[in-house]
Design a protein around this ligand. Structure first.
Ligand code: SAH
Length: 247
């Protein structure tokens, strides 16, 4: 039977600890008890571990593990998803699914067609997005949680220096496909694994000014095919294409 996998916030060479709400969940819902075995992720490494102690107390619940041996782990897909802020429920779904598919990082950006109230509320949502990514990582048995950046204005991200291959999904693009752009990046990276940044527009799509901004800063516009899909579908489809090219 495959062992359950949890991500610990604190660890040293031989032990790891999960505290707070997560510890309560482990003890009360999942009935974790001393002696049980699990996989515990600590500092990006996965360990075969055994529960050493379970303590339930208001404000300081803890589950402590003894780390027995490191087990090999799959690295994340070398992709940062530059995701325009849009309807929170759909965006959260996109973050969860992107995490399951192995995304390394998500960089939320405020685009011109991001609703005003969403743009204002976005800064306060980042912690919730991190929690969603953390839970999805455990569920997907990842050895790390994707990095969720704080939201910034789109222009800041587009202009920021980067060593990654920068790709913008744009439904107006008709000739270059995502697969074509990734194949080109693989060719340029030689023996190394290419790192990618992939930008996805909000529900209303990119404005002409944003398209020009991407273009002026070396981002390559690509198509996902002749059908216009929602942003969250675009995120999932793009990561599936990346995985099929790189894994
Ligand atoms: N402007 C569109 C909808 C935008 S869809 C409209 O007619 O309302 C949201 C985002 O998903 C787009 O900005 C783009 O980044 C991505 N997207 C959707 N379909 C796409 C396709 N066929 N090719 C490339 N990107 C696509």
């Amino acid at each position: 039977m495959t062992r359950r996998r949890w991500i610990a916030e604190d660890w040293d060479e031989t032990t790891a600890t999960i505290a707070g709400v997560q510890a309560e969940h482990l003890a009360r819902v999942l009935r974790v008890r001393p002696g049980m075995e699990a996989d515990v992720v600590a500092g990006g490494h996965v360990f075969h571990a055994q529960v050493a102690a379970v303590e339930l107390a208001p404000e300081k619940s803890e589950v402590r593990f003894t780390l027995l041996a490191e087990v090999p782990a799959e690295p994340a897909l070398p992709v940062t998803l530059v995701l325009s802020v849009y309807k929170f429920d759909r965006m959260e779904w996109a973050i969860e699914k992107a995490t399951e598919l192995g995304v390394a990082a998500v960089a939320p950006v405020i685009a011109q067609r991001t609703g005003k109230h969403l743009a204002q509320a976005a800064l306060k949502r980042a912690d919730r997005w991190r929690r969603i990514a953390h839970e999805a990582s455990q569920q997907a048995r990842r050895s790390d949680s994707p990095l969720i950046h704080d939201p910034v204005a789109l222009a800041d991200r587009v202009r920021a220096p980067s060593t990654s291959t920068r790709i913008v999904l744009a439904e107006q693009e008709r000739t270059t496909t995502l697969r074509h752009a990734i194949d080109a990046a693989i060719g340029e990276a030689g023996r190394e694994m290419p790192a990618l940044e992939i930008a996805i527009g909000p529900e209303g799509g990119w404005s002409p000014a944003e398209e020009a901004l991407f273009d002026a800063n070396g981002w390559r516009a690509v198509s996902l095919g002749p059908r216009i899909v929602r942003a969250e579908t675009a995120a999932i489809a793009a990561l599936a294409v990346v995985a099929s090219c790189l894994e």
